[in-house]
Design a protein around this ligand. Structure first.
Ligand code: TYC
Length: 107
């Protein structure tokens, strides 16, 4: 008779399972950059409008960018991040502000 796992004699049976690896899509940080000309209220409005965050959170992020030069606004799929960047850049340009928004792949 052939030995089967769990038959419970003195043999040692090792069962090695290979874990199925599901591919996680890469995520992208959307970054906002400081400049000397875009009004603070405009930046706050942009953050509320395109990132669906509260006024308080928008003020906090805007001030971080103002003080540190750059901040992460959010983390999204490639397509969503690209859309957010395009919306911010287009809205800033149409209002003649030099506000810059960019995206970067998460490590
Ligand atoms: N530094 C700008 C000012 O003093 C305000 C500002 C904040 C601009 C954040 C851009 O992403 C920015 N008016």
């Amino acid at each position: 008779m052939a030995e089967r796992p769990g038959d419970g004699d003195a043999d040692t049976t090792l069962i090695t399972k290979t874990k199925p690896k599901t591919q996680k899509p890469p995520l992208y940080k959307v970054l906002l950059l400081n400049d000397d000309y875009t009004p603070m209220e405009f930046v706050v409005h942009v953050l509320e409008r395109f990132f669906g965050i509260t006024h308080g959170q928008a003020v906090e992020i805007m001030l971080t960018v103002h003080k540190k030069g750059i901040a992460v606004v959010g983390v999204f799929s490639h397509e969503i991040a690209e859309t957010k960047v395009a919306q911010v850049m287009d809205f800033a340009r149409r209002n003649q502000h030099p506000l810059q928004c960019t995206m970067e792949k998460e490590e």
